[in-house]
Design a protein around this ligand. Structure first.
Ligand SMILES: NC(=O)c1ccc[n+]([C@@H]2O[C@H](COP(=O)([O-])OP(=O)(O)OC[C@H]3O[C@@H](n4cnc5c(N)ncnc54)[C@H](O)[C@@H]3O)[C@@H](O)[C@H]2O)c1
Ligand SMILES: O=C(O)C(=O)C[C@@H](O)[C@H](O)[C@H](O)COP(=O)(O)O
Ligand SMILES: [Zn+2]
Length: 355
């Protein structure tokens, strides 16, 4: 598989990470630091070591896993550890993990000594198809998602499906939400393919196609002035529900699970406001409900959700911003929606998931 050319760096698709060692050696880094969470330390570092036994001189920075740790406290821990290891500006940070590690590691690297190089080695489906590419780095503040961050591109991304072998099924399904999203916003045939994919056998081809779609968007609009907002389909409502769940549920929703709910609600808004047909709305709803568990909430939570949506980065002039579908495969952005309609969209989700 040919590497995908992104914004000044390549996304390599290599089962054995063949280009990684030459890539590091050519650049003459003063030091290599590998950022992991506990699970990727246990499951993914051995895969990396096995693929590149020659890579022996590196230090490990480890954090606890989970979205609840994607915050400034853990980030301070990462910065302090980099200092303890004596990292200078020529150090390289390798982020080996899911989206939490690639987002927070990218942020830590982009701010440490005003920026050191970093490489993304995504180990979840979600991070392979989405989070590792495009240079959005960041952390959450309380329950507001990704509100502190930078646009900083990595030096390279290395994708190997080997890592997915140890990933839990629930995480695979969560990551698949972003693949379906890529189909919904730009590629109807990918969306149709998604309906029958067996996730335990997900192919590198499908991951490749998904990255191509994302890359095609971000290379046209690296810092989300316009078009890139379509990658946020499902996220205005999805992020609010994710942030809420993180603070209220003992087993919080995963990012992809929340975004799937957001996409159902925002498909309803697309039907009401943008001409998405009823038939396509029903199709989208069925597709998500076939794979994702229903989430229970009531209209008592609506105002909290709306308050969280008021922090969305797509908002302008105190209006809540959305990317919405005109049809499957065609998404538009800068749509500002009244609170009343957002509540109707949440009603729709409650109705269709009512037992
Ligand atoms: N920057 C972006 O463009 C972008 C895009 C999409 C999502 N995100 C962010 O990504 C995050 C979600 O990422 P995620 O779903 O990868 O979550 P995650 O990083 O929390 O990983 C999910 C879980 O899987 C474990 N894990 C990772 N790789 C494993 C492996 N190979 N085997 C076994 N366990 C493994 C992790 O330790 C964690 O417990 C969210 O914070 C979201 O906001 C960012
Ligand atoms: O890369 C993008 O742009 C995206 O919007 C991809 C999203 O899937 C991802 O969840 C991203 O982190 C959301 O960004 P945010 O700016 O809404 O925090
Ligand atoms: Zn997302």
């Amino acid at each position: 598989m040919q590497p995908i050319q992104s914004l000044g760096y390549k996304v390599y698709f290599e089962e054995n990470l063949d280009s990684l060692l030459p890539f590091i050696e050519e650049r003459g880094y003063s030091q290599v630091l590998v950022f992991v969470d506990r699970n990727t330390n246990d499951h993914c570092l051995p895969v990396l070591q096995n693929a590149i036994p020659e890579l022996v001189h590196y230090d490990i920075i480890e954090v606890d896993p989970g979205e609840e740790n994607k915050n400034i406290d853990f980030c301070i821990g990462v910065w302090k550890t980099m200092l303890d290891f004596g990292a200078d500006r020529k150090a390289l940070l390798i982020n080996l993990g899911g989206g939490v590690v690639t987002d927070m590691g990218g942020f830590a690297a982009s701010t440490f000594k005003r920026g050191i190089d970093f490489i993304q080695i995504p180990t979840t489906l979600l991070a392979q198809v989405d989070a590792s590419v495009g240079g959005k780095t960041g952390i959450d503040l309380d329950n507001v998602k990704n509100i502190i961050g930078t646009f900083t591109q990595p030096q390279a991304v290395f994708i190997s499906t080997q890592f997915l072998q140890t990933l839990e099924d629930r995480q695979l399904v969560s990551g698949f939400a972003e693949v379906i999203k890529h189909g919904l916003i730009q590629d109807k045939s990918l969306y149709e393919t998604c309906k029958s994919v067996e996730l335990e056998n997900i192919s590198a081809d499908l991951i490749y196609q998904s990255v191509q779609i994302k890359n095609n968007v971000i290379t046209q609009d690296p810092t989300e002035k316009g078009l890139r907002k379509i990658l946020n389909f499902g996220h205005t409502i999805g992020h609010a529900i994710e942030g809420y769940s993180l603070y209220h549920d003992s087993d919080p929703l995963l990012h992809g699970e929340a975004i799937a709910i957001g996409m159902i609600c925002e498909a309803w808004l697309s039907h009401k406001l943008m001409g998405l047909s009823e038939q396509e709305l029903n199709d989208i709803t069925r597709t998500f409900l076939a794979r994702f568990p229903s989430y229970r909430f009531s209209n008592e939570q609506y105002d909290v959700f709306i308050e969280l949506m008021k922090n969305d980065k797509k908002n302008e002039d105190n209006k809540i911003g959305f990317a919405l579908l005109q049809e499957i495969g065609n998404c538009t952005f800068n749509v500002y929606v009244e609170v009343e309609d957002i509540k109707y969209a949440l009603d729709y989700y409650m109705q269709i998931t009512k037992k």
